[in-house]
Design a protein around this ligand. Structure first.
Ligand SMILES: C[S@@+](CC[C@H](N)C(=O)[O-])C[C@H]1O[C@@H](n2cnc3c(N)ncnc32)[C@H](O)[C@@H]1O
Length: 274
């Protein structure tokens, strides 16, 4: 990357403004976890900037499409209940949807009509990239982070199969919604260059500190890559046994089957409309 953007650092600011300073086609791969548009607030009262509005979504994805090299990939998380808004923004920007990834938790983040036990992302393409030699699975196990560094902290290990498939050493990986820098740590540890952008000063500090210190941080060496459930087994040097529990947002939701059954048996109420 050239000009106003330098490699292997996290810039503080609004990613739309910052990406406008980046040359077209200057990122090899984008992996990002933008705000979910759900007015997120965790049990400690922590919120996520721009999670309460969608004014940023069209210009941000338009800039991502511009700065991504032609015939390349972008992975974007999204909220399942705002899928229509995300898909609209991706299509408007020029991306096409090429795959859908489910990250499986071993606990429920919350429960209402369902027990919510996964996160999700789309694989998007700009142009017509060649398929990877060894396609990654579209079901990837999630590991628990405890959200100590960020209220919606992603586990570093979930990114390794995607980086392995869609990038090569030396490539430039961009995350314009870097948070505590989880995607960037994964990229760095796999020998890729990274460019991070984060609006929030505190999160920017966390990400910068995390990326400046090579060894003493959560997530490092926790890469895990189980055999895919559906596609052919893919070998990975990042496989390590699964020893942790999972996470995205709150503490694990405890809903033992026995309790759920008991409540269902004693409280007979008509189903609640939305
Ligand atoms: C879902 S969080 C990312 C969490 C990250 N994946 C992690 O593991 O820590 C989204 C982040 O985007 C940041 N953000 C929101 N609007 C932004 C903008 N316009 N430019 C840059 N960052 C922004 C928020 O402050 C938040 O930290």
């Amino acid at each position: 990357m050239t000009g106003a953007v330098s490699l292997d650092r996290v810039m503080q600011g609004d990613c739309i403004t910052v990406m406008k300073t980046m040359p077209a086609g200057s990122a090899d791969f984008i992996m990002t976890d933008p705000p979910y548009l759900v007015h997120y607030r965790d049990r400690d009262g922590r919120t996520v900037k721009n999670d309460d509005n969608d004014a940023w979504i069209d210009p941000a994805f338009a800039q991502m499409h511009r700065v991504l090299k032609n015939n390349s990939f972008c992975v974007s998380f999204y909220a399942w209940n705002k899928a229509d808004r995300f898909i609209e923004a991706w299509k408007k920007a020029g991306f096409q949807m090429a795959g859908h990834i489910v990250f499986t938790k071993k606990y429920s983040s919350s429960a209402r009509f369902m027990r919510y036990e996964h996160e999700q992302a789309y694989l998007l393409v700009k142009g017509h990239p060649a398929a990877p030699l060894s396609p990654p699975p579209d079901v990837i196990p999630w590991s628990y982070t405890g959200n100590k560094l960020h209220p919606t902290q992603k586990p570093v290990g979930i990114f390794t199969p995607l980086l392995e498939a869609f990038t090569k050493p030396g490539d430039i990986v961009l995350d314009p919604f870097a948070g505590s820098g989880s995607t960037l740590v994964a990229a760095r540890d796999m020998g890729r260059h990274f460019v991070g952008i984060e609006l929030d000063e505190a999160h920017h500090r966390t990400a910068s500190t995390r990326l400046a210190s090579k060894f003493s941080q959560p997530g490092i060496a926790q890469s895990r890559f189980r055999q895919p459930i559906i596609v052919q087994p893919v070998t990975s040097k990042f496989h390590t046994p699964d020893t942790t529990v999972d996470v995205h947002d709150n503490m694990p939701f405890m809903a033992p089957a026995a309790q759920v059954l008991k409540r269902a048996a004693t409280a007979v109420r008509p189903p609640r409309p939305y």
